[in-house]
Design a protein around this ligand. Structure first.
Ligand code: ADP
Length: 159
C-alpha cells in the first residue's frame, strides 16, 4: 500500500487544501492529512478543533484520514510508513519556501519524496490566513471553505 501524508496547519482547512487532499487521494492508496500541533503563527482554532474540522470535511473520502502531529514532518512520515509528503503550490511565492523545506526533508529522510500539486485555479488566491481575516471582518467565505468550517468560523466570530 502506498501511503502519503499531507501536512499543514489547517487553521482552518479550506477548499484549496481539500482540493489538494482529494487529488492526492486519487494518486495514493491512502493519504493522511497531518495537522501540525504547534505552528509558530497565532492560531484561531486549537489542534482538536482543526482535526475535527478536517475530519468533518473528509467524510465522503474513504482513503483520506486525519491525525495531529508534533515535531518533524519526516518523523511523522516515518512513523506512518509514508513514502511521500504532499504539498500544494499556489504561486511562485510558495515555491521558494516549499523548495527549501523539500531539500531539508530530503536530507533528513532520503527515502521520502515531496510531491507538489499545483493549486486549482479556483483556489490559487486562497489561504487560511485570508479566510480568517475576511471572516473576522464579516465577508462571505461560504463557497471557499467546507460547510462545517463556515459554521465554525461564524460561531467563533460571534462568540
Ligand atoms: P496556509 O498556507 O493556507 O496557511 P497550510 O500552512 O496549512 O496553509 O498549508 C498546507 C499546504 O497546503 C501547503 O503546501 C500550502 O502551500 C498548501 N495550500 C494552502 N492553501 C492552498 C490552496 N488554496 N491551494 C493549494 N494548496 C494550498
Amino acid at each position: 500500500m502506498t501511503l502519503a501524508i499531507y501536512p499543514g496547519s489547517f487553521d482552518p482547512i479550506t477548499n484549496g487544501h481539500l482540493d489538494i487532499a482529494c487529488r492526492a487521494a486519487r494518486l495514493f492508496d491512502k493519504v493522511v492529512i497531518g495537522v501540525y500541533d504547534t505552528p509558530s503563527r497565532n492560531l484561531m482554532f486549537n489542534t482538536q478543533d482543526r482535526v475535527d474540522l478536517v475530519r468533518q470535511s473528509i467524510d465522503n473520502y474513504p482513503n483520506l484520514e486525519v491525525q495531529p502531529f508534533t515535531g518533524l514532518v519526516v518523523d511523522f512520515a516515518r512513523h506512518l510508513g509514508a513514502r511521500a509528503i504532499v504539498r500544494g503550490l499556489r504561486a511562485v511565492t510558495d515555491f521558494e519556501n516549499e523548495f527549501e523545506m523539500a531539500m531539508m526533508n530530503k536530507k533528513l529522510a532520503p527515502d521520502c519524496d515531496v510531491i507538489c500539486l499545483m493549486a486549482n485555479l479556483k483556489y490559487a488566491f486562497l489561504s487560511a490566513t485570508l479566510i480568517r481575516e475576511v471572516a473576522r471582518l464579516g465577508g462571505n467565505i461560504d463557497d471557499l471553505v467546507p460547510l462545517p468550517v463556515a459554521a465554525a468560523l461564524k460561531k467563533k466570530i460571534t462568540a
